[in-house]
Design a protein around this ligand. Structure first.
Ligand SMILES: NC(=O)C1=CN([C@@H]2O[C@H](COP(=O)(O)OP(=O)(O)OC[C@H]3O[C@@H](n4cnc5c(N)ncnc54)[C@H](O)[C@@H]3O)[C@@H](O)[C@H]2O)C=CC1
Ligand SMILES: O=C(O)C1=N[C@H](C(=O)O)C[C@H](O)C1
Length: 238
């Protein structure tokens, strides 16, 4: 497959290594310095684009790919407030977009179990629920995209909660998401249920970026030829 990498940082480089090992071709790997060259690539040169950049660059990159008919896999987090606009552009151009807040298989299993556990736990009001995420100090967005997906899975089972707040609150009316930035932590997510008598946790620790990169590559192999907006539940049997 001919892959255009948009973003050549920690994720772009990991994806490049795995893609070459699988026999794929990297057409180009764009950094912020050569961002303006994205518009020069066509669907005749590129089978799929993989976008891992920054929250303020992702929307424009996705739009450019959709307008040019290039299927795009996006892992950048922190831009979902613009999803309605992106969806409209995708429909208008009969395009293909694959987005996941987290591409690792382990985290997507975690998402699945998180919803199941929340459904059970909301029947026991003596347990309060909280989310915590820990990432490296370079991360630009907060809370993490993964923590937001976890929060969505909890909130759909807790109708009395009004939403989430990026704070370590234990209020029954709102879900607290605590964010911590520490050294080079790859990505840790915890859902904690606490009663006066005990605590139990769902805990996911990413040991490297390989799991994210492998998932993004699977999505890139799957997406060409499809139309619409897709995510990991379309790709994995959960
Ligand atoms: N969905 C997932 O599974 C994962 C998502 N992420 C997200 O992916 C994004 C990138 O993460 P990292 O690679 O760790 O960041 P990074 O900071 O190491 O790399 C970002 C790269 O994007 C480039 N860039 C910025 N603006 C650009 C533009 N307009 N055009 C082309 N390139 C541009 C930078 O030059 C840099 O090479 C973040 O939003 C992060 O939260 C990270 C890991 C997994
Ligand atoms: O910025 C990161 O590094 C990560 N970002 C994603 C997120 O915001 O959830 C996924 C992963 O946790 C690493």
């Amino acid at each position: 497959m001919r892959i255009l990498l948009i973003g050549y940082g920690k994720m772009g480089r990991t994806i490049e290594r795995l893609a070459l090992a699988k026999g794929h071709q990297i057409v180009a790997a764009l950094s912020v310095e050569d961002a303006s060259t994205l518009a020069s690539y066509t669907k005749d040169q590129v089978d799929v684009a993989i976008e891992f950049t920054s929250p303020d660059a992702a929307v424009s990159n996705i739009m450019t790919c959709l307008e040019k008919g290039i299927p795009v896999v996006c892992g950048t987090t922190g831009w979902l407030q613009h999803l309605p606009q992106v969806t409209a552009t995708c429909q208008q151009h009969n395009g293909a977009l694959f987005y996941a807040s987290n591409f690792s298989v382990g985290v997507n299993l975690f998402f699945h179990f998180n919803e199941y556990v929340a459904q059970k736990m909301q029947q026991y009001p003596e347990y309060g629920v909280q989310v915590k995420e820990i990432h490296h100090v370079h991360k630009l967005d907060q809370p993490s995209g993964t923590a937001l997906t976890i929060a969505e899975g909890i909130l759909k089972n807790y109708p009395d909660k009004q939403g989430w707040v990026n704070d370590k609150t234990t209020s029954p009316d709102i879900l607290g998401i605590e964010s911590e930035r520490e050294g080079e932590v790859v990505g840790t997510h915890v859902v904690q249920y606490t009663s006066p008598n005990d605590t139990f946790e769902l805990h996911h620790i990413a040991h490297s970026r390989e799991g994210f990169a492998a998932g993004a590559l699977l999505a890139a192999e799957w997406l060409p030829g499809k139309q619409g907006i897709f995510g990991m539940t379309d790709l994995l049997q959960l």
